[in-house]
Design a protein around this ligand. Structure first.
Ligand code: IYR
Length: 224
């Protein structure tokens, strides 16, 4: 290999034989297929260390030029959660009553959502994922970031998987517009809210809609 100015290190991982590949890939699929977006939470506490591990996992996601253009704002403070709920419900009320089209409301009907967001008070933790449209160097100059939406989307997927793996539940909540989160959390101008995720145990009587996932044939085309 041509010599570079930057150090490379050997990539070391155990070798996984074909049988194990099948077994391991199947096990993860079956496990991930048990994940559901849950809207009813218990207020049971979850240790901060769990949330730290989940966020560290999210931050292992690949990103454009390895810029890791994300900030995870983690909220457990009760007053702040209430303020977030109040502001989110205000926007959601407007959305559900005025901004969303008939078609949109019909498409959402099977999910049973509405403008009420009690989980924002009840869940012990809320993570608000912010995307950094650009970096800010210590002297205030802007640093270009790349594929920011793709990168933050990937990190959010890792985050959701880590939450499921830990044994907790979440849902992707996108109050719209969500600028109020920048103000409430006092975020700098280069950060924009991307996604909000309440995290906790499900309520003991939590229900989820009876949905089916598309089959492999419906989502995948092979060119062999
Ligand atoms: N943001 C609203 C509405 C909503 C939109 C979609 I698309 C969903 O899949 C679910 C909800 C809300 O969070 O209720």
């Amino acid at each position: 290999m041509e010599e570079t100015r930057y150090p490379f290190i050997p990539y070391k991982r155990e070798f996984v034989d074909a049988n194990q590949l099948v077994q391991r890939s199947k096990e993860l699929y079956q496990f991930m297929d048990t994940r559901r977006s849950v809207r009813e939470f218990a207020d049971t506490p979850v240790p901060r260390e769990v949330i730290e591990n989940i966020v560290k996992t999210a931050s292992t996601a690949p990103s454009g030029a390895h810029m890791q253009p994300w900030t995870f704002c983690v909220v457990s403070n009760k007053e702040l959660k209430s303020k977030i709920r109040e502001a989110a419900e205000k926007e959601e009320f407007e959305s559900y009553h005025k901004r969303m089209s008939e078609e949109w409301l019909e498409d959402l009907a099977p999910l049973g959502t509405d403008w009420n967001k009690p989980f924002l008070d009840i869940a012990p933790w809320i993570i608000i994922v912010f995307k950094k449209s650009y970096g800010l160097l210590p002297d205030g100059t802007k640093k270009k970031y790349y594929y920011v939406n793709e990168s933050v989307g990937l990190a959010s997927g890792f985050l959701i998987s880590a939450i499921h793996n830990a044994g907790l539940v979440t849902l992707t909540h996108t109050p719209s517009p969500m600028n109020f989160l920048s103000e409430l959390l006092n975020r700098p101008e280069n950060e924009k809210p991307f996604l909000l995720l309440p995290i906790g145990y499900p309520a003991t009587d939590a229900m989820v809609p009876d949905l089916e996932r598309k089959s492999l044939d419906e989502v995948c085309v092979f060119y062999e």
